[in-house]
Design a protein around this ligand. Structure first.
Ligand SMILES: [Zn+2]
Length: 440
């Protein structure tokens, strides 16, 4: 009897089970519009040390998206494992029923599929969800959730763009209700991310200050809740890179061209040379938004042990210049010729025990991300999901110990309303969408 037990023990060690336990924690960081080529250029100059570490220790994929390249649609694919036609979020806004009615931003009740945090949290794992698109009204989770309506628009933003809304009437901003209260006060912002980490922002445009402060608030509160609650799965969304690229791509391109000799990629030369001081202040701000993301990755890496834990960084699309005459689908019913806009290529970087080290060049789709997260936790995929977890990115011993399995479905019944829920935040969101050119 004893001999048999020893033999079974030896076989378990030989088969590698003992060496490849499931990760203790998985963190999924979402960086809107983080572009693979911009990241490469900044890494070559040594400006993104934490991206370097993540990429050096893990896999580096390109994420290819289909039109229309709109953030709420793609993030919902990333976070459910389903294509837009199946997850139910197909636009930024939906026209309200009334004649001449305004457009209402899409809301979480319209999502037809369960989110990755619902699946992970339905076992005994806890979750933390911070700032993602289409998460208001906040739904119950096994942990905490700060919806994308957790805080009112900043005062700078309100002054410039939007009438003030009765914020207190917006319910269900977080789960458990009010979990964000006290967190921000308890955070010494300088411990995490303050404006001092962001050299140039907000000098020329109050909207930039708004986006920076909005991000800093979610990032600081998110990290504070992460430290306090210790969730097994944590996901945090950062919007600033997208916004800074929309506003400042031209200045970024001129700066990179003049300072580092980068190609203008078909953008017209400035008619007269830009004053060096002006360009020196405005030109680096897009790169600043990547450096802020790099610092955030550093703060998360400080909290993880990549021998046991997983960090995945993903973007929903990239950003690029377009040749003259390119018509782009830039809003729900909006086509425009623009010199620069979203590109169809984002990134996914992942490091930790489930992943190969130094693997490059695998192309994935948004709907694959949920399945990659589930596989990293050793959780079965839903056979009805549209995505795949590409085996090429996982380490062989990990897959041998934890092969990717399926169950028929995680869906527990019909969900997904046809219409969004109106809120006092709507006018502010419409203003934001207009400022980015998504809405007339
Ligand atoms: Zn986006």
């Amino acid at each position: 009897m004893q001999l048999i037990l020893i033999l079974i023990g030896a076989m378990a060690i030989l088969s590698g089970c003992g060496d490849t336990p499931l990760p203790e924690r998985v963190v999924l960081l979402g960086l809107d519009a983080a572009d693979p080529l911009v990241i490469e250029v900044l890494r070559e100059r040594g400006e993104l040390p934490h991206f370097d570490r993540l990429i050096g220790e893990g896999v580096s994929c390109r994420l290819r998206v289909k039109e229309p390249i709109f953030s709420p649609i793609i993030w919902t694919s990333i976070l459910t494992g389903f294509k837009p036609e199946n997850h139910g979020i197909n636009s930024f806004t939906l026209a309200s029923g009334q004649e001449g009615g305004v457009r209402i931003p899409v809301t979480s009740n319209m999502r037809r599929r369960r989110a990755v945090w619902d699946i992970i949290g339905s076992g005994d794992r806890t979750v933390g969800v911070v700032g993602h698109w289409v998460t208001w009204p906040a739904e119950p989770v096994n942990g905490f959730l700060l919806s994308n309506y957790t805080w009112p628009p900043s005062t700078e933003y309100e002054k410039e763009w939007a009438p003030s809304a009765d914020w207190d009437t917006v319910g269900l901003r977080s789960w458990p209700d009010g979990v964000e209260q006290g967190v921000l006060d308890a955070v010494d912002e300088e411990r995490f991310l303050g404006e001092r980490h962001f050299k140039g922002a907000g000098m020329l445009d109050p909207a930039l200050t708004h986006y920076l402060r909005k991000d800093l608030r979610y990032l600081n509160a998110g990290l504070a809740l992460f430290d306090r609650e210790n969730p097994d799965f944590f996901t945090l969304y950062m919007e600033g890179i997208d916004f800074f690229q929309h506003r400042l791509w031209l200045m970024h391109s001129y700066y990179e061209n003049q300072r580092f000799g980068a190609s203008l990629n078909g953008l017209p030369e400035p008619e007269s040379p830009l004053p060096a001081r002006f360009l020196g202040r405005i030109g680096p701000m897009v790169a600043d938004s990547y450096r802020l993301a790099d610092r955030l990755i550093g703060l998360i890496l400080d909290r993880l042990d990549l021998e046991k834990d997983v960090l995945i960084v993903v973007s929903d699309h990239g950003f690029r210049s377009y040749p003259e005459g390119t018509k782009l689908h830039v809003g729900d019913d909006k086509y425009e010729e623009l010199p620069f806009w979203h590109s169809d290529t984002g990134v996914l970087y992942a490091a930790g025990p489930p992943f190969k080290r130094g693997k490059r060049g695998v192309i994935i789709r948004p709907e694959d991300v949920t399945l990659i997260v589930l596989a990293a936790f050793g959780i079965s995929r839903g056979a009805d999901m549209d995505g795949e977890a590409p085996e090429a990115i996982f380490s062989r011993p990990f897959l041998r110990a934890h092969p990717i399995e399926s169950i028929s479905t995680y869906e527990t019944g019909a969900r997904g309303d046809e219409a969004p829920i109106e809120s006092p935040y709507d006018e502010s969101i419409r203003e934001m969408l207009r400022s980015l050119g998504y809405l007339d």
